[in-house]
Ligand binder design. Structure first.
Ligand SMILES: NC(=O)c1ccc[n+]([C@@H]2O[C@H](COP(=O)([O-])OP(=O)(O)OC[C@H]3O[C@@H](n4cnc5c(N)ncnc54)[C@H](OP(=O)(O)O)[C@@H]3O)[C@@H](O)[C@H]2O)c1
Length: 279
């Protein structure tokens, strides 16, 4: 395998899979000169097409933000979940290994079972839903196929370019008198724009697994309370979902400088959202 250790950020040639998603769109801003592949351009389940696209572009860094992220739907569409989130990252890793590119890939807090109050990068995994199992398979396939990987586990993403909790709360708040939100699941909300910027830094870090989130832990109810006022706490039992969720999915970052608090990131996001509504 070929290593490229001394890349000058800004001069690197980058290829982004999943360029049309919430995080992918932010990555396109951070890496404006990247080769940007959306779902419409390539299905990452197509191994030959994936390897061919990496070989053709000859990037220094491949960033994979493509995934099947509908956590509840994954329970019903297991095959699709394992193909997109589990097997396809292995194809991308193989392409990287052949061409000597670094691979940046995103994984999730849902690879943990939620029985610990916080999780270190080295903690044992134990997913409790199909999405988590499929993402864990993706991590394992990457580690098997290339040494030059950075797997970034993140959580509770929100941002301008995709379906997310913040927007759902704002929409619901205008539709019903009171929005019930669970107060017994805890995690770290993360702004996609912050994560995209941090990704640039992680490229220069040694290969391995990274926990990257905004700082601060909260329940979904506490998160909702920072967004809307007509919100009421409830338990997970009162709000059954198709996929089980870990009680605690708090990712502890032990390897790199922390990002700002999620409340500061949220304020930034809400401002940007307002500006876009006005213009
Ligand atoms: N969202 C979260 O709260 C969260 C939390 C933890 C970790 N993550 C991880 O962070 C990463 C980015 O998530 P995100 O929220 O930006 O997801 P997203 O908005 O759902 O974007 C994922 C992108 O992947 C594309 N895609 C799906 N199947 C594909 C396929 N077979 N081939 C090519 N592209 C495909 C989607 O296209 P279509 O829309 O056309 O299907 C979409 O553009 C993912 O790895 C996710 O697992 C997300």
């Amino acid at each position: 395998m070929v290593y490229r250790k001394s890349l000058v950020v800004g001069k690197i040639k980058t290829l982004i899979f999943g360029a049309g998603g919430m995080l992918g769109t932010e990555l396109c801003r951070v890496f404006p000169d990247a080769v940007k592949l959306k779902h419409i351009d390539i299905d990452i389940r197509d191994k030959e097409a994936v390897i061919e696209s990496i070989s053709r572009a000859g990037p220094d860094v491949v960033i994979n933000a493509a995934a099947y992220t509908a956590v509840d739907a994954c329970e019903d569409n297991q095959e699709l979940a394992f193909e997109v989130n589990g097997k396809a990252p292995g194809y991308i890793a193989q392409g990287c290994s052949i061409t000597g590119a670094k691979l940046i890939h995103y994984s999730t807090d849902y690879i943990f079972d939620g029985s610990k109050k916080q999780y270190l990068e080295t903690d044992a995994s134990g997913p409790i839903n199909v999405y988590g199992h499929s993402k864990l398979m993706g991590e394992k396939n990457i580690i098997e196929k290339t040494d030059d990987f950075r797997i970034i586990r993140t959580s509770w993403l929100f941002g301008l370019h995709g379906k997310n909790f913040v927007d759902t709360m704002i929409k619901l708040s205008g539709q019903v008198d009171t929005v019930n939100v669970v107060n017994d699941q805890f995690g770290k909300p993360t702004y996609a724009a912050d994560l995209a910027r941090k990704t640039e830094e992680i490229i220069g870090h040694p290969p391995g697994i990274y926990h990257i989130t905004n700082e601060g832990v909260c329940s979904w109810y506490e998160f909702a309370s920072a967004i809307i006022t007509n919100v009421k706490p409830c338990s997970s039992n009162e709000f059954p979902r198709k996929a089980r969720r870990p009680k605690y999915s708090v990712l502890a970052n032990t390897k790199t400088t922390p990002m700002r608090h999620w409340k500061d990131a949220l304020a930034d996001y809400l401002n940007k959202r307002k500006t876009l509504e006005v213009t």
